[in-house]
Design a protein. Structure first.
Length: 135
């Protein structure tokens, strides 16, 4: 069942798939401290629909709606971004891999990879986030 898949993928206590459905906000932090200091945090404003389609914004860019895949113990969204994350910045990535690794207590935790493509990107910028449900 979908409930079993989700609880197995997340690696946490079983939960109803509807726990992911809703509107979420987060401030992402880059793992590379020098880049984090230079570029700063990335704001996420996410919406997960009942069919798990992801919509929303990353910084000033818009997410092209996308459905996830299950990969190992993560729910993974391969997102194409429309527009600049931070207009006027030299940092220009238009791909986002969002890995949801935990969902409990009204929060979703995971990793993000800002990339230039979905295959291999030497200049990829990975980080982490904890999203909280919007009231």
């Amino acid at each position: 069942s979908l409930l079993w898949l989700v609880s197995s993928a997340i690696g946490a206590q079983p939960f109803h798939p509807d726990m992911l459905v809703g509107n979420w906000v987060a401030s992402g932090r880059f793992y590379n401290q020098a880049f984090q200091h230079e570029f700063g945090s990335v704001d996420f404003d996410l919406q997960i629909d009942k069919d798990w389609t992801l919509r929303g914004h990353v910084g000033s860019s818009s997410i092209t709606p996308v459905k996830p895949t299950l990969e190992g113990q993560a729910i993974v969204y391969a997102v194409t971004l429309q527009g600049a994350i931070r207009p006027g910045s030299y940092f220009a990535k238009d791909r986002l891999v969002l890995l949801l690794t935990s969902a409990e207590g009204g929060k979703i935790s995971g990793d993000f990879h800002l990339k230039s493509n979905f295959i291999f990107d030497w200049s990829m910028r990975p980080g982490e986030f904890v999203a909280t449900r919007k009231p």
